[in-house]
Ligand binder design. Structure first.
Ligand code: G
Ligand code: G
Ligand code: MN
Ligand code: NA
Length: 255
């Protein structure tokens, strides 16, 4: 209850801010974009995890407002630090949460953010989870089609941790499948876990989706993923979530 009542002021006063984690193309090893990850520095409680404050926002009906705040802030940070993102082919990924996706004005709010900022839609990648698609598949299918029609890219986040199958995902227009970190960690377990990741990559490819592997921490993991045909990697091996200026410098910009 305390966090919920503090959230509106936290947004107003900039206590909630974003860090950006680089995404790397496995073939060229070039930086191709970043994922915005929200942080809350509470004046008394210190750092509050996004797991916690996103859940609080969901429970108290503030998620729509928080989601829009995060989207606008991410676009403003990114476009400000990297004015020529388009010519550099850099994308900005933003996480969506369940309550946001479920709101009837959701697609309009994304369109509104793009219109208000002039941000190129094809530079924006929205991360959804399996759970968001699975609950009301027909409505979700309509929503993903509307987002694609705006020109945005869509990714399924944390793939493998929910209950959907890849077969169900074929009903949605999705560009990327993000293989959850837990599968990347498991790769050390040998042939069994490696076969699981290979199968997920093959099926995603057969459905026209490219792969982003999350939580890559070792060169061995990166090498395996490259040999298995994954396109993009993200993880501490390449960079932790960082201020946008640091990301811009890493992507070859002068911040
Ligand atoms: O960055 P970190 O590992 O602390 O993130 C923890 C969890 O919080 C992850 O599941 C991540 O997807 C989620 N998260 C981080 N930032 C955001 C955000 O801006 N919006 C939503 N919906 N989830 C976020
Ligand atoms: O749910 P989502 O995939 O959006 O959350 C990503 C979370 O994983 C963030 O909290 C981010 O800080 C964290 N993360 C990103 N890369 C790594 C990594 O290489 N190792 C670990 N342990 N966590 C990571
Ligand atoms: Mn994510
Ligand atoms: Na994830």
């Amino acid at each position: 209850a305390k966090l919920a009542s503090a959230l509106p002021a936290a947004m107003r006063e900039g206590q909630i801010f974003l860090l950006y984690q680089p995404l790397i193309d496995l073939q060229s090893e070039a930086v191709i974009g970043c994922e915005a990850l929200a942080r809350w520095k509470h004046p008394e409680l210190g750092m509050v995890s996004p797991v916690q404050f996103i859940a609080v926002a969901e429970e108290t009906g503030l998620i729509g407002e928080l989601g829009l705040y995060i989207l606008h802030r991410a676009i403003r940070d990114f476009a400000g630090a990297i004015p020529d993102a388009g010519s550099k082919n850099l994308t900005l990924s933003v996480n969506l949460s369940f309550g946001q996706f479920a709101e009837s004005e959701f697609v309009d709010s994304i369109r509104g953010a793009l219109d208000a900022t002039g941000f190129p839609p094809e530079r924006l990648e929205l991360e959804l989870t399996e759970t968001m698609l699975a609950l009301e598949p027909e409505r979700a299918s309509e929503t993903t089609r509307a987002l694609s029609a705006l020109g945005c890219k869509l990714a399924i986040d944390d793939f493998g941790t929910g209950y959907s199958s890849l077969a169900q995902l074929r009903h949605f227009s999705v560009d990327y499948l993000k293989i959850d970190r837990s599968f990347v960690v498991d790769l050390e377990g040998g042939e069994g876990p490696q076969a699981v990741v290979r199968a997920a990559i093959a099926m995603a490819h057969s459905l026209g989706m490219a792969i982003i592997a999350e939580g890559v921490e070792t060169l061995e993991q990166a090498e395996f993923l490259r040999s298995a045909g994954a396109e993009v990697v993200q993880g501490y091996l390449y960079g932790k979530p960082m201020p946008i200026e640091d990301f811009a410098a890493m992507a070859g910009e002068i911040a």
